[in-house]
Design a protein around this ligand. Structure first.
Ligand SMILES: *Cc1c(COP(=O)(O)O)cnc(C)c1O
Length: 362
């Protein structure tokens, strides 16, 4: 496997090697069907088994029971920005948005097209290097829901304890940190995530939704935009992204084999610590973007003393097969995305390179 790189891309991103190998082994003949999963009818018994298994295993890993459904949809997390208000922001109601980054802002803007959305808190003035404190969040007790982003992919911040919303349903975009550690699933009414960061390849979006919410969906919405319709059809209302869904099921199985979310947490904390240590022990050569208490386990953002050094760093890293480290243009600098599938060796290798680069250039 010497030709594989350490891939720190923010998404689509690295996948577990074991998953890719299993997909490769099954590519031409899926379980004796004589065809690829890509060629199976989505109405076949084999494919229905995949969908049902993925839903059951997702719920098991999330630690939820029959009060939830899992939907596998298309359109990415970006379509969820619109579907959440279309389904749950009725006329006359208002929803609260906590703005902690670029994707949170986009979700808010989509909601404003549908109904009334208000900013409950924002850390834009600090270029999203931190999350709002509980005192800074002003929630309305009769909001239709509160929307938050659990991990801010571009800025490298992550909520380590979620806001208290009382009886108001809490909805979260968890695209970039879902299943990176155990979390209080019961606190949420709906969570969504594009698969291409922590769950599989691009093309499928997971929605975990409380059944009680499905009853609130307006029957006047176009069919493809209705959560209740997708739930009633077990995500098979129309042709699903079948290969992506199959891959997602393999990734869920891999998470379970690793020991579930508790094992993911240990793995991710150790990995992130290597890189944060290289930042913190650099005497200021590397400057982290995120406030320490809000640092993400998934996206580590940092700057070097100059853009020239950042360019040299990227080139040097690439020559060590460390790929995808350029930061998002809204932050600049560098970003190491270290999702579940990134190995400990990859993070150690990056930390070693950071140390060496600092000694040569600091
Ligand atoms: C990547 C990302 C998105 C966008 O996802 P798409 O699937 O490309 O629409 C939204 N929210 C967060 C937090 C992300 O990391």
């Amino acid at each position: 496997m010497s030709e594989r790189v350490y891939n720190f891309n923010p998404g689509p991103s690295t996948l577990p090697l074991a998953v890719l190998q299993q997909a490769q082994a099954e590519l031409l003949d899926y379980k004796g069907t004589g065809m690829s999963v890509m060629e199976l009818s989505h109405r076949s018994k084999e494919f229905e088994t995949i969908v049902h298994h993925a839903e059951a295993l997702f719920k098991k890993l999330a630690g939820v029971g029959d009060e939830f459904r899992v939907l596998f949809l298309q359109g990415g997390a970006s379509l969820q920005f619109a579907l959440v208000p279309l389904n749950f922001l009725s006329a006359g109601a208002s929803a609260d948005y906590i703005i902690t980054g670029g994707f949170a802002q986009k979700a808010f803007e989509e909601a404003q097209k549908t109904g009334r959305a208000r900013v409950a808190a924002t850390t834009a003035a600090d270029n999203f290097r931190r999350l709002p404190s509980p005192q800074e969040i002003s929630l309305s007790p009769d909001a239709a829901y509160v929307h938050m982003t659990s991990n801010n992919t571009l800025y490298g911040t992550q909520w380590h304890s979620y806001p208290e919303t009382g009886n108001v349903p809490l909805i979260a975009d968890m695209s970039s940190d879902i299943f990176c550690r155990p979390f209080e699933t019961g606190r949420f009414s709906l969570i969504y995530a594009g698969a291409q960061k922590n769950l599989g390849p691009a093309g499928v979006t997971v929605v975990l939704i409380r059944k009680s919410l499905l009853e609130k969906v307006p029957q006047t919405l176009p069919a493809m935009l209705r959560y209740d319709l997708h739930a009633a059809n077990d995500s098979l209302y129309n042709t699903p992204p079948s290969f992506s869904l199959y891959m997602l099921d393999l990734v869920l199985r891999w998470i379970q084999e690793q020991g579930g979310l508790a094992a993911m947490a240990r793995h991710n904390e150790e990995k992130a610590a290597y890189i944060y240590r290289a930042i913190d022990q650099s005497g200021g050569f590397y400057a982290g973007h995120a406030a320490k208490e809000d640092r993400s386990l998934m996206n580590v953002t940092f700057r070097l003393p100059s853009e020239e050094l950042e360019k040299a760093f990227l080139a040097g890293a690439a020559s060590r097969r460390l790929i995808g480290l350029k930061g998002h243009r809204s932050v600049g600098g560098l970003r190491a995305s270290v999702y579940n599938a990134m190995s400990k060796e990859g993070c150690l290798s990056l930390a070693d390179f950071m140390e060496e680069f600092r000694r040569r250039n600091g």
